[in-house]
Design a protein around this ligand. Sequence first.
Ligand SMILES: *Cc1c(COP(=O)(O)O)cnc(C)c1O
Length: 475
Amino acid sequence: MYYQSTRGHPESRRFCEILLEGLAPDGGLYLPTHYPQLDTTALTRLRSIWQQQGYAALAFEILSLYIDDIPATDLRAICERTYTEAIFGTPQITPLKALEPGLYLQALSNGPTLAFKDMAMQLLGHLFEYELDRRKQQLNILGATSGDTGSAAEYAMRGKHGVRVFMLSPQGRMSPFQQAQMFSLQDANIHNIAIDGVFDDCQDMVKAVSNDLEFKRRYQIGTVNSINWARLLAQVVYYIAGYFQATENNSQRVSFAVPSGNFGNVCAGHVARMMGLPIDQLVVATNENNVLDEFFRTGCYRARSSADTFETSSPSMDISKASNFERFVFDFLGRDAAALQDLFGVQLPTRGRFDLSQHSAWPQLRARYGFVSGSSTHADRLATIRDTWQRFGQMIDTHTADGLKVARHYCQAGVPMLVLETALPIKFAATIVEALGREPERPAKFEGIEDLPKRVLCLPADVAQVKTHIMQQCG
Ligand SMILES: *Cc1c(COP(=O)(O)O)cnc(C)c1O
């Protein structure tokens, strides 16, 4: 299997080459040259593998369609080490919980940091360690986080050889639980840096360090951001596992509703659908930062400035532009790389927007790709959390509430709707208390983490000081 850039760079790459890379050299994102097809025979075989051998075996089957530069026995071992009941809390890894007939939550947030990003990041940790060992290389991962990504990366990379993590976070801006999760890690290869600034300052500093090519090469700086293809691929697996749990045979269709920010999660759903998984609708649910909802309703994609990006009570979806969206547009425009270069390389940087409503592909959006969308507000979130608690005794987090609110609008008789549960309520306790007047349930292993000793360095928003710290740690 080869991978190509959405912007037409002539070189193609193998999986392990793009694993440790971020963007393609021309600024595009990598996609496989084609999507392997799951016909009825393949789905029947996968369903029985899922039923008899479970999630890790299913993950191996899907991954091996896209990865041919890791020996099968090694790849299988990596999947088996990653997707265990000990790490993900249940034997099914992503179990369904029925709310009412035909409406389910698919639990993606029982991993180490209680958010769906663990599903991919845990795999990435093992893949990175494997590949860095093989190349006898080291990697220093530099990232910026407002919460979920940073902790998922740290829990995936802790104790792994060949990898150090330097994670910048805006001082005092994460929820107390999120801070405690990250700062209580005592592993020598994990470095928390709290920056006196906001999230955008952190992200700008990561960019500044990465743009210093000499420093980047010398200190082997890498990233784990959501545009990494391996993360997307790992996420394809739970769409298939969700499908098998909600259906009895492969003639049935299901829909998924996905709380969306950077378009990473739902893009994996798009890939699963392109592979032939019988998905009817892919429901894109946003919060007040409705860049994606606007596109799917109007055809106009309008990135926001950080000043126009709201701070909401589903903060992991507070984005100004959806970094994975380019992958979908590439498929949508018939893989026309020249058009992508114009849209994402010229129009978006200069005008901050582009408009596909007049494109000949536009009328086919719903029928050919299944996408529909909606958005949700703080008041919707509170009402949905309350309603779900009162009627079903089920406590959901604010992001999942956005998904469920929009899902209800698109439910159809005879087609199960699976709402992806992207975090547990304990991560966003303040809003749960606002909605329900009570504290969320806390998994036993997180009892008292706020009181553990914290390992964090506080720095001003100064790139030079961050670089100095990295240099010191690298010896
Ligand atoms: C990251 C995140 C999202 C958004 O996922 P994208 O892949 O960026 O669309 C939604 N909910 C939670 C809890 C998250 O951590």
